[in-house]
Ligand binder design. Structure first.
Ligand code: SF4
Ligand code: SF4
Ligand code: FES
Length: 267
């Protein structure tokens, strides 16, 4: 949490702030009031909600992961002063606004089915059997409005109802499993678990398999790269730097697919 100390030269209070990835106070930044779980705090106006909460003294034991908008750990609900409308965002991506009232929802208790992805039937019917609540959807679109990633949640739910697993997998590709859609669903659906199952089925059973990828995995498993990896992990910093700087690089502006390195032993 921020502390205040007195500057010896001028006797002017100097604010000490956390640095690094915790809360960097930009020079000259104003502070603004925000309400975290109902309590008022003054925080620098340019911070994200996550950094503002840390600035205010909170430590994240839960509700924080990647800090980059990818892991889905920091879903946050907020309102703005004098307005009934609820807003949804990721604490690590959303910048604070004056008089926002916010709460984090790091976990939402949504139903999650058990299945074996190796043996599951790759059909929409298998998903329907595991998640019959899918048909409780009343198409209110609250889920789509709540999604901080702009995913068309109702559309992928509708695709699943219509039996189109591939479409649901593609439409839900940007889902980060934050759970905000489920928190707003009057049908009590676990949308993101349904979508994850659709993507797993699509990836495992429906999508054409890449032969070159299977070949490379087999090579890795056969130990083809073990000696090289062993050498790299034992190399010191200078050796690694030399290898990196001397590596063969694809020239810029060559026609696609026309360049090959001279050393092809690891291809
Ligand atoms: S679809 Fe749901 S779980 Fe996925 S990112 Fe959007 S709100 Fe979060
Ligand atoms: S919030 Fe629930 S009921 Fe409403 S459209 Fe989304 S899945 Fe359907
Ligand atoms: S911390 Fe990972 S999405 Fe915010």
């Amino acid at each position: 949490m921020a502390e205040t100390q007195t500057c010896k030269m001028s006797s002017v209070p100097v604010q000490q702030v956390a640095t690094g990835d915790r809360a960097i106070l930009p020079e000259g930044a104003k502070t603004i009031p925000i309400y975290i779980m109902g309590k008022r705090y003054e925080v620098p106006e340019t911070l994200t909600i996550m950094k503002a909460m840390e600035y205010a003294g909170f430590s994240f034991l839960r509700g924080c992961g990647c800090r980059g908008g990818i892991c889905g750990a920091c879903p946050t609900v907020y309102r703005k002063e004098g307005n009934y409308k609820l807003h949804f965002g990721l604490a690590c991506q959303t910048v604070v606004e004056p008089n926002m009232y916010l709460a984090q929802i790091p976990f939402y208790p949504a139903n999650r089915a058990s299945y074996d992805i190796e043996t599951i039937e790759p059909t929409a019917e298998a998903i329907h059997a595991l998640y019959p609540e899918l048909f409780r959807c009343v198409a209110c679109n609250n889920c789509t409005k709540a999604c901080p990633m702009g995913v068309e949640v109702l559309d992928y739910i509708s695709a699943l109802k219509q039996g189109d697993v591939a479409k649901a997998a593609q439409l839900s590709f940007d889902c980060i499993q934050c759970g905000l859609c489920a928190s707003r669903c009057m049908g009590e659906l676990p949308q993101y678990h349904l979508a994850q199952l659709a993507r797993r089925i699509y990836g495992k059973h429906l999508q054409p398999h890449a032969e070159h990828l299977a070949k490379r995995v087999a090579e890795i498993e056969s130990g083809k790269y073990d000696a090289m990896l062993d050498k790299l992990t034992k190399a010191d910093h200078a050796e690694l730097e030399k290898l990196y700087l001397e590596r063969e690089r694809e020239p810029e502006m060559v026609p696609l697919g026309s360049w090959m390195p001279q050393d092809t032993q690891y291809l």
